[in-house]
Design a protein around this ligand. Structure first.
Ligand SMILES: Cc1cc2nc3c(=O)[nH]c(=O)nc-3n(C[C@H](O)[C@H](O)[C@H](O)COP(=O)(O)OP(=O)(O)OC[C@H]3O[C@@H](n4cnc5c(N)ncnc54)[C@H](O)[C@@H]3O)c2cc1C
Length: 451
């Protein structure tokens, strides 16, 4: 541990940076956290606290049979500061882990500040600091730092994320949806198609027009590319715009009628195992409840389970699978580590998990130990597989994602949905303890409760 007392720098005191700093402190390192608040705030941040929840106060489902709930469980067992503060400030929200945000953030800040070896330097970081650095500046990383990073990664890092919803395979009604590629291209059956007749199509267009939309932030003034228009904007441009665009039926024949439908919604596979399907061209600013309501009126999606909702917002992230080494450091400059949403994970819990993994990787580097990633079958491992690209062996472009079962290695054999969830959970719980006990961290030995 000779070098372990050197001060390490974490840039960004959001979910990932706070978690990363906490774990490094527990591992015996001195940490300087550089956070631009209170000197400057991003347009989405509204307080001067560390670990601010920029939007919802929910960490999503706490049910370990869902991938995000399993990630909660694993983070708790690894001694996560963010999960511990969330549990301490939990508010009733069904099976979701929702928190009283001010108490939560104050607790994170208080516990970090009380830790020996912690120091905080306020103000925007405009150039990459010296020494070993963890960059955890999130989706709204400031322009100067983004430019400094772009110089190193050789590309532009700003993106307007236009994300279409993803639904789970077993929630699609296959007595209505049919598998077929347009004109039988590719494998001939790469897509799932939801057929609509004229009345269904027009009712859907009307619902899109009337649905409640998210008001963009001032910094997100919508300037859409024509190839990437939100589905409701297309609906507003005319009755037939969608049926000549993403909902065009040409080259498709419903095998049950032998006819070309009036319009179709095409779904494309998100993962090789075919557990998750993306509604092609359905990027949207509809609110999440409206997306659920309106998209469930589509034929075949009455019982759709949404693994990710559609959204459009500014995002800053790097092409991690190409740029990062196995220990989450930049290949071209290995003293720089990345954590949180900037690596292309999406969400509070995922960003936290990434902060924890980056701390372990930095510790391994400083102490000259190999970094041992979490087992692939755990939720932490699945997220790591996404960041390193292992979950997407087909060269799928790196896109921000929440943790889902689609990122895990596939299970053997065919199973009912409920059995699959239980199998994922059992497999993860069997694999985690050995990894946890190999960590230099004090971790929870308590066996988790059955869901
Ligand atoms: C508008 C919007 C709404 C969102 N809503 C949700 C939601 O409801 N649920 C959800 O799970 N996820 C949501 N997200 C995604 C969310 O941002 C991430 O889940 C999470 O906050 C990312 O954690 P992070 O630590 O990577 O980044 P952040 O939590 O954003 O933390 C980054 C920190 O770095 C600081 N920083 C940035 N640049 C610099 C700099 N140059 N120098 C010093 N400090 C800097 C920032 O002030 C901030 O404190 C939303 C994102 C956006 C943009």
């Amino acid at each position: 541990m000779g070098q372990a007392r050197d001060t390490l720098t974490v840039v960004g005191g959001g979910l990932a940076g706070s978690e990363c700093a906490w774990q490094l402190l527990r591992l015996g390192h001195a940490v300087t956290l550089r956070e631009m608040k209170p000197v400057r705030r991003s347009p989405a941040h509204q307080t001067d606290r560390l670990a601010e929840l920029v939007c919802s106060n929910s960490f999503r489902s706490d049910n370990p049979e869902l991938a995000v709930g399993l990630l909660h469980e694993e983070l708790r067992r690894a001694g996560s500061l963010i999960l511990s503060a969330a549990d301490a400030h939990r508010v009733p929200a069904g099976d979701a882990l929702a928190v009283e945000r001010e108490g939560f953030a104050a607790e994170v800040e208080g516990r970090l500040s009380a830790q020996r070896g912690f120091s905080r330097v306020d103000g925007e970081v405009e150039a990459v600091p010296e020494g070993l650095v963890v960059l955890a500046t999130g989706p709204l990383t400031t322009e100067k730092l983004t430019t400094a990073l772009a110089g190193r990664v050789g590309e532009k890092l700003y993106f307007y994320d236009a994300i279409a919803p993803i639904v789970s395979a077993d929630s699609i009604d296959l007595s209505i949806a049919f598998r077929q590629s347009r004109y039988g291209k590719g494998g001939g059956d790469d897509y799932l198609n939801l057929p609509l007749n004229r009345e269904e199509y027009l009712a859907f267009v009307k619902a899109l027009r009337e649905g409640e939309k998210v008001t963009p932030h001032a910094f997100e003034e919508p300037r859409y590319f024509d190839g990437c228009l939100p589905v409701e904007v297309m609906a507003e441009r005319g009755d037939e715009v969608l049926s000549h665009g993403p909902m065009k039926p040409v080259g498709l024949k419903d095998p049950r009628t032998g006819q070309q439908p009036w319009a179709v919604v095409q779904l494309r596979m998100e993962d090789r195992a075919g557990t998750a399907w993306n509604l092609v061209g359905f990027q949207t600013r509809l609110t999440w409840p409206e997306q659920r309501r309106i998209f469930r009126t589509l034929p075949g999606l009455k019982d759709a389970e949404f693994l990710r909702m559609g959204q459009i917002h500014r995002n800053t992230f790097i092409d991690s699978p190409r740029l990062l080494a196995a220990d989450l450091s930049l290949k071209v400059e290995p003293r720089l580590f990345f954590a949180g949403q900037i690596t292309g994970v999406e969400g509070y819990v995922e960003s936290t998990a990434c902060g924890l993994l980056a701390a372990l990787a930095v510790h391994a580097r400083v102490t000259d130990q190999p970094f041992v990633p979490p087992p692939a079958t755990t939720a932490l491992g699945a997220l790591y597989r996404h960041v390193t690209g292992e979950a997407h062996p087909d060269g799928h472009p790196h896109q921000p994602t929440n943790v889902t079962h689609g990122l895990f290695p596939p299970l053997d054999g065919r199973m009912k949905k409920s059995d699959k969830r239980a199998a994922h959970l059992a497999r993860a719980r069997a694999a985690l303890p050995a990894w946890l006990s190999s960590l230099p961290l004090p971790v929870s030995a308590a066996a988790p409760q059955e869901p």
